[in-house]
Write a protein that binds this ligand. Structure first.
Ligand SMILES: *Cc1c(COP(=O)(O)O)cnc(C)c1O
Length: 358
């Protein structure tokens, strides 16, 4: 029996997500934090897990975690909604504020889940394509497209291009349109201080900021993200979310991590300095163009990218992400920044392959 023609029409054609992981010595494909957790943080997490009973349902809204996150940002509990990763919050935002006849604007190439979730929620998507050269956003085109949109999604730093959003553009969008504006700051901890637009929240009830513990916090496997927004937005999400989507262990681990976040500062600083070293190393390689990045990855245009990625995997056991099939990213690979040793393995392997192919 073929059930695919019984699916809701909007859901036809979607396939199970395949991150194309294969076990490799060095995995720099998913923008995870590959550093070991600092001992102090690991110990706090272990203690929190040991003290967490598993027989009771979680607190649906994770209020203790909300309080810790609110304190981190100088906000109130009512401004924070947690989710099973940022992904759940993205889906719920589109589910709650999108729907048939509603328009969503984003600036590709960006995080592919925006367009996927929007399509599943039957929103129309209007792409405002970035410049193919430096990935900058045409502010006037964005303002025009946002005019009657339900939701505008911007990413800062952007995945996979690494560039930061101009905060003046966010302010203009809020002033000149009626759209809800989501700024996805999944990687903002790796950007220079002052890059976040979180400080604009109190005066702008249509602004929402997405964060995650999957990147800088090194907890991608735990699945915790959060949205900072006006209490009315948080209530709307609270009403539609799967009530127990953030389990007791995830809440306990996240709480320990947020409380001990100072221990992560040296790890983030190391990734930032490794990013610059990786950037410099890549510019030395024949035929490679690399864009500056404010995140924990860099995007590089590499001649024969798909073949280079295959050889990295098969001959050097190094996994990176191939974007060469994505519109606007022909021959582009996204390289997550790993530890010093991992980045050296990547640079050496790339150097061998590119000198052979040249
Ligand atoms: C990784 C990522 C997220 C959230 O990831 P989760 O693991 O679901 O928290 C959100 N937005 C972007 C752009 C990302 O790269």
């Amino acid at each position: 029996m073929d059930v695919s023609d019984r699916l809701r029409p909007a859901l036809r054609g979607f396939e199970p997500y395949d991150p194309a992981f294969s076990p490799c010595r060095v995995n720099l494909s998913a923008n995870e934090n590959t550093h070991e957790l600092p001992g102090e943080l690991r110990a706090a997490i272990n203690a929190a897990l040991l003290a967490t009973p598993l027989n009771r349902y979680p607190d649906p809204m994770a209020n203790e975690l909300r309080d810790a996150l609110a304190a981190r940002h100088g906000l109130a509990r009512e401004n924070i909604c947690v989710g099973n990763g940022g992904d759940e919050l993205l889906f719920n935002l589109l589910f709650a504020f999108g729907g048939p006849g509603r328009r969503v604007v984003s600036c590709p190439p960006d995080f592919s889940e925006y367009a996927n979730f929007a399509a599943m929620c039957e929103c129309e998507v209007t792409p405002v394509w970035r410049s193919p050269d430096d990935f900058s956003i045409d502010a006037d085109a964005l303002l025009a497209a946002a005019g009657d949109a339900a939701l505008v999604i911007l990413t800062s730093p952007n995945n996979p291009t690494g560039d930061l959003l101009d905060r003046a553009l966010v302010e203009r969008l809020l002033e000149r349109t009626n759209a809800l504006v989501l700024v996805d700051e999944a990687y903002v901890e790796f950007a220079p201080k002052g890059a976040s637009v979180m400080d604009l929240l109190p005066r702008n009830p249509r602004l929402m900021v997405l964060r995650t513990l999957s990147k800088a916090f090194g907890l991608a496997g735990v699945r915790v993200g959060y949205l900072a927004a006006d209490p009315a937005v948080v209530d709307a999400l609270g009403a539609v979310r799967q009530i127990y989507s953030v389990d007791v262990e995830a809440q306990a681990v996240a709480l320990a991590a947020v409380r001990h976040r100072d221990a992560l500062a040296p790890v983030v600083a190391d990734i930032v300095s490794e990013r610059e070293r990786l950037f410099a190393g890549l510019t030395e390689l024949p035929g490679v163009h690399v864009w500056p990045s404010a995140a924990n990855f860099v995007l590089a245009r590499v001649p024969g990218a798909a073949e280079v990625r295959r050889r990295l995997r098969d001959e050097h056991s190094v996994l990176v992400r191939d974007f060469s099939a994505t519109l606007g990213l022909e021959d582009c690979l996204r390289l997550s920044v790993g530890t010093r040793e991992e980045n050296d393995v990547l640079l050496d392997a790339l150097s061998v392959i590119l000198r052979e192919e040249a």
